[in-house]
Ligand binder design. Structure first.
Ligand code: MN
Length: 286
């Protein structure tokens, strides 16, 4: 199943080029009261929401091209990011002073560099676009496989890790280059794009073998495969959950391959991950 959010917060099921509004299925969610849970309510209740979707009367679908796509996860508790998880990207960072800024931490392999977090307020969907800040500095695109956690877990062993996954999406980790901490440079509003929708694991035969690529204004910039990940999806869940509990709706972006390059207002990004699809994202000035 391909689940999306669109418009003013509608829940949708994607079928080819069309989307069906299934917001009525949200009625099965528990009536939360303050303090609200620190996880995403739809992802935490995905099984019952999906069952309810199956019971809904059929409504007429509308073309995906006519709706504004939001992040398929509304309220992630955290966005966990792998900084250097493809060897060729690590090589390119080490080779370009503009990328590493002389910071040893920016040139270390993932086992040394660890993980970092992007602010949840940076999250948008494909239809919302990217609003660039600090236009006097280099802003780069990074295309990544994104994993949405479905089951709470701490110290999850890798052989059980994939059973904690609710789905997959494309993640864009937009980045201001410079000397500051990653979490600052990668957390302006709209610098985390998740979309175009969540694809449930039954439609992803092997998350460790997915083509991914990105083009800017039609020109290809990155083109790789998740088989080149240093830590794969299961290993990343094991590693992340050895430091903190993962909750339903937490987003894990797995790292970007080589080919990062600058983007500017007016650019149109087209990002693709195999078995997920393609999303087009417009870039503007904030
Ligand atoms: Mn990244």
């Amino acid at each position: 199943m391909r689940l999306c959010r669109f418009g003013a917060g509608a829940l949708g099921v994607v079928d080819g080029p069309m989307v069906r509004d299934v917001s009525a299925a949200l009625d099965v969610l528990p009536a939360y009261r303050y303090p609200l849970p620190s996880y995403d309510a739809v992802i935490a209740n995905l099984d019952v929401v999906r069952a309810r979707i199956g019971e809904l009367p059929n409504t007429a679908p509308v073309p995906l091209a006519s709706v504004k796509l939001l992040s398929p996860v509304a309220n992630p508790g955290k966005i966990v990011c792998a900084p250097v998880n493809y060897q060729k990207h690590l090589d390119e960072v080490r080779g370009q002073a503009q990328l590493h800024q002389g910071n040893e931490g920016h040139m270390a392999p993932i086992h040394t560099a660890g993980l970092f977090l992007k602010a949840t307020s940076s999250l948008v969907g494909a239809g919302e676009g990217i609003a660039l800040r600090k236009l006097d500095r280099r802003n780069d695109h990074e295309v990544e496989l994104a994993v949405i956690i479905g089951e709470m877990g701490s110290n999850v062993p890798r052989d059980q890790a994939l059973s904690h996954v609710a789905g997959y999406a494309i993640g864009l980790d937009i980045t201001i280059r410079g000397p500051e901490e990653r979490s600052l440079r990668k957390s302006p509003d709209s610098y985390a794009v998740l979309g175009p929708w969540l694809v449930t694991p039954d439609e992803i035969p092997n998350p460790g073998h997915l083509d991914l690529r990105i083009a800017v204004n039609g020109e290809e910039r990155q083109n790789s495969n998740t088989k080149y990940l240093i830590l794969g999806v299961a290993e990343l869940i094991e590693y992340a959950s050895s430091f903190y509990t993962l909750y339903p709706g937490d987003v894990l972006i797995t790292g970007t391959p080589e080919g990062v390059s600058p983007i500017q207002p007016g650019d149109v990004i087209s990002a693709y991950v195999e078995h997920i699809g393609t999303m087009e994202v417009k870039v503007r000035a904030a």
